[in-house]
Ligand binder design. Structure first.
Ligand code: KIV
Length: 269
């Protein structure tokens, strides 16, 4: 069990903003009610990430996720974890201009209990974020390595390796903050650059692959619980060897079925 006493407190955007310099925020992804319920009173924020397109749907990247799929999974997460602060990750192509972004964000608020949406992009998306926040949509930003840019950029590229790129990231972060985002995810950035971004902002920065310098961390649940066996990115820590545990259990079940050790008399009607 935890060594830190952590009385659960339901989050809202005001509390998340106030966490800056006060509390390190813990965010985790969830895609279904079962796991969301397990995370509900532990994590500050549950993200229904479009990473579900890879870890849930088995696709090679996040780009083919649709808004209806994100809404379906968000409803499952909200049903399992009604007390959680749930963020829906807007999938690729659903915020290509201000009007479409607002129409789709309103659809999210009408069809789910998500507290906020997340959008990838920096200066290039600031006018869209501004339009959303001016229309009462709570927006979490996402800058740095942005998985929705993987095809246009020809791969996943770690950012902040030069002073020029670091300054661009700071401009991206500030533009999204000024557009009204309550919090910003910074992904795949050298920790020196992530530190400068974190110090430049008044809203919390939640890092993933950005070192131990941000105002919080986010991990994809299936990565941190060790269910994804193909490879382990450098920034992921396995808190459980989920894949091995599950396979051992299912092997035991198969052995019990084959030897008729399952079901027992006690497990009969
Ligand atoms: O889709 C996702 O899970 C994300 C996190 C990695 C931040 O965007």
């Amino acid at each position: 069990m935890s060594i830190i006493k952590n009385d659960f407190e339901k989050m809202n955007v005001t509390k998340i903003k106030k966490a800056k310099n006060n509390k390190n925020l813990t965010m985790i992804t969830a895609y279904d009610a079962l796991f969301a319920k397990l995370f509900e009173e532990i994590a500050d924020i549950i993200l229904v990430g479009d990473s579900l397109n890879m870890s849930f749907a088995g696709k090679p990247d996040t780009l083919s996720a649709t808004l209806d799929q994100m809404i379906y999974h968000t409803n499952a997460v909200c049903a399992g974890a009604p007390k959680a602060f749930v963020v829906l990750d807007m999938p690729f192509g659903t915020y290509i201009n201000k009007d479409e972004a607002l129409t789709n964000a309103v659809k999210v608020y009408q069809q789910t209990n998500a507290a906020a949406i997340k959008i990838e992009g920096g200066e290039d998306k600031a006018d869209i974020v501004k339009h959303l926040t001016s229309n009462s949509i709570a927006v979490m930003g996402h800058i740095g390595l942005m998985p929705q840019y993987v095809r246009s950029e020809g791969g996943y590229k770690v950012r902040g390796k030069t002073e020029e790129d670091t300054q661009q990231l700071i401009r991206d972060a500030k533009a999204i903050e000024e557009a009204g985002a309550f919090c910003i995810v910074v992904e795949g950035v050298l920790s020196d650059a992530a530190k400068k971004i974190t110090e430049a902002l008044n809203v919390p920065v939640i890092g993933i692959g950005a070192g131990n310098v941000t105002d919080g961390q986010v991990l994809v649940w299936s990565d941190m619980l060790g269910f994804f066996e193909e490879f382990k990115p450098k920034f992921v820590r396995h808190y459980l060897d989920g894949a091995t545990l599950v396979k051992e259990a299912v092997n035991k079940y198969r052995d019990d079925v084959q030897t008729r050790a399952f079901p027992s008399k006690e497990e009969e009607y």
